[in-house]
Design a protein. Structure first.
Length: 112
């Protein structure tokens, strides 16, 4: 989903959660490590095309095939929606990491 859709999605999650409620979210999180692995061609998602200041895609003709978001943007948009990131972030194997929890990156948030 695009940045504005993701922002709306997080707003809705915040709206329906009670204070103290938690949610598990999945993303393709783009940070220095994932960008490095993408450049080394270790990633299964070649998020090389920047869509806007916050996100990247694998396909400029059909961006929603796979969109990754900058980690700092995800953290910022969570705060804007009264969602606290519960550390750590559980990074996935998609980027080519050798240590991972799942395929996509997983984060847990709590409504504050």
């Amino acid at each position: 989903m695009y940045s504005e859709d993701m922002s709306h999605y997080l707003n809705e999650i915040s709206r329906v959660l009670k204070v103290g409620g938690k949610s598990l979210l999945t993303f393709f999180i783009v940070n220095e490590k994932s960008l490095s692995l993408i450049k080394m061609r270790k990633s299964t998602q070649d998020l090389q095309f920047q869509i806007d200041n916050h996100s990247f895609t694998i396909d400029v003709d059909l961006p929603e095939r796979a969109i990754g978001f900058r980690e700092d943007y995800i953290k910022e948009i969570l705060k804007m929606n009264s969602l606290k990131l519960i550390e750590p972030i559980y990074y996935g194997s998609w980027s080519g990491r050798e240590e991972f929890t799942s395929y996509q990156d997983l984060i847990i948030v709590e409504k504050v």
